[in-house]
Design a protein around this ligand. Structure first.
Ligand SMILES: Cc1ncc(COP(=O)(O)O)c(C=O)c1O
Length: 449
């Protein structure tokens, strides 16, 4: 099925002349004639420049928890900005948002606002280093914490087959331009592997300032923690005096009002938030134990011109007000489970091996029947088949990210009509792919050489 694609292409062509890859972020690049162009959103729908409508499961990579253009959030922002947007001074809005975060998130006693997830995790790492007087950081393969030098190692954009031996992982550098000195400050380990973490800590645990972890791998199919894994991280951090940082940029204010800390009942020392905190306005936060956060201002730097700016802070104030009692998130979770059940049925009926990871509100579809607990395992996923199905979905007006590592996100605006329509379209998309023969072609599994 072909949709009008004239104005979209004009915009892509103009963009390609003035922006590398024709996009403002590498993750938005689908190809010179495929980059998504969106001119408007409302609820769970977005429209491209040619007027084609899509049911949106990307939600701006996760933030839009209440739906696009949510009336209360927009109204509060509009009211607030009439009186100015940036003062480089404390505002009541900031205080209210900080109070909401500390009330909602377990163990977050003090908080600072920032503008992006990358900023939040970067500052949390600095605070952890300052607090412990140590320099090394442990991160896990397939996790993404932001586009900056310290964390662009063995992220979800790595080739799982290039990560070397599990016992001696290769740190996969995701970008040129990263100073080589940084390599020695980061340890990369497989997620959910108790034994390898224990070994690494025995070797150099007392040099480690922080373990930073996405409690659910929100950039790798939403793979979850094994039973006891997060508790194990907590216990080991206590044993070695390491700061445990939960990167809740994707899980925060989405999987529960208090994020993954509440969902799993494990408290980090510091936690980082962004995305759903402000329904798509650029606000982030990091916070945690008072004793640790109080190093800020006592020889430790944190700041930024737009930290706590009125636009995003007003959006966060309204968003958190709506999320606080958990009702909205419970409804999203239930809708997501309905959608998952429908997806599983369609894939099963078509004989496509699959498993659905994560929660109702953010989940990944892995086309494989192998047991999958970490990023290295995802090489069993049939990426070619998934991409073909995703392309057919987009062509018919349902827009998940074509990269299966990125979750399907749901918002409060994904109602029963949208779910039913999505499933009807998925059935058509799978049928269209069946005729291509891809369903019967096994996944290409690349092993390390
Ligand atoms: C878990 C996680 N941490 C950090 C970030 C970085 O956030 P931002 O893109 O706002 O810098 C992302 C972005 O997707 C993320 O998924």
């Amino acid at each position: 099925m072909s949709k009008p694609n004239i104005k979209n292409q004009e915009l892509r062509d103009r963009a390609a002349k003035v922006m590398p890859l024709g996009v403002a972020s590498n993750f938005r690049y689908w190809g010179p004639t495929a980059n998504p162009v969106i001119v408007r959103g409302e609820g769970c729908y977005v429209w491209d420049a040619d007027g084609n409508r899509y049911i949106d499961y990307r939600l701006g990579f996760g933030p839009v928890i209440l739906g696009h253009g949510h009336p209360l959030v927009c109204e509060r922002v509009a009211q607030a900005i009439r009186h100015g947007t940036s003062f480089a001074a404390l505002t009541e809005l900031e205080v209210r948002v900080a109070e909401r975060i500390t009330a909602m998130c377990p163990g977050v006693e003090m908080v600072r606002l920032a503008n992006s997830g990358a900023e939040a995790t970067m500052h949390a790492l600095r605070v952890a280093r300052a607090y412990t007087g140590r320099e090394k950081i442990i991160k896990f393969e397939g996790q993404y914490h932001g586009m900056y030098d310290y964390m662009l190692w063995s992220t979800a954009s790595s080739n799982p087959a290039a990560l070397g031996s599990r016992r001696n992982p290769i740190k996969y550098q995701q970008s040129s331009g990263i100073p080589s000195a940084i390599r020695d400050l980061v340890l990369t380990l497989p997620f959910n592997d108790f034994e390898l973490l224990e070994t690494a800590l025995k070797r150099e645990g007392y040099q480690v300032a922080a373990i930073i972890v996405e409690p659910i791998l929100g950039n790798s199919f939403s793979i979850g923690p094994k039973p006891g894994w997060l508790e194990f991280l907590r216990q080991k951090c206590d044993e070695y005096g390491i700061v445990l940082i939960f990167d809740e940029v994707k899980t925060g204010f989405r999987v529960a009002p208090g994020g993954a800390q509440q969902l799993f009942g494990v408290q980090a020392d510091l936690a980082c938030y962004a995305k759903a905190i402000a329904n798509g306005f650029p606000l982030a936060a990091f916070g945690g134990k008072k004793e640790i956060m109080e190093v800020i201002g006592r020889g430790v730097s944190h700041g930024g011109t737009y930290c706590g700016n009125v636009v995003a802070t007003a959006a966060a104030d309204a968003t958190l007000e709506l999320l606080q009692d958990g009702q909205v998130l419970r409804a999203i979770e239930a809708q997501g489970r309905t959608l998952q059940a429908g997806i599983a049925e369609i894939l099963s009926d078509s004989g496509i091996p699959h498993q659905i990871k994560g929660l109702g509100s953010m989940f990944g579809i892995l086309l494989s029947d192998k047991e999958i607990w970490e990023f290295r395992d995802v090489r069993h996923h049939n990426a070619a088949l998934y991409e073909a199905i995703a392309q057919e979905l987009v062509a018919r007006g349902v827009m998940p990210d074509p990269d299966a590592r990125e979750p399907w996100f749901l918002s409060a605006a994904h109602d029963q009509e949208a779910i039913t329509q999505t499933l009807d379209i998925l059935a058509e998309a799978v049928q269209a792919v069946r005729t291509s023969g891809l369903i019967d072609t096994p996944a290409v599994v690349e092993d390390g050489k």
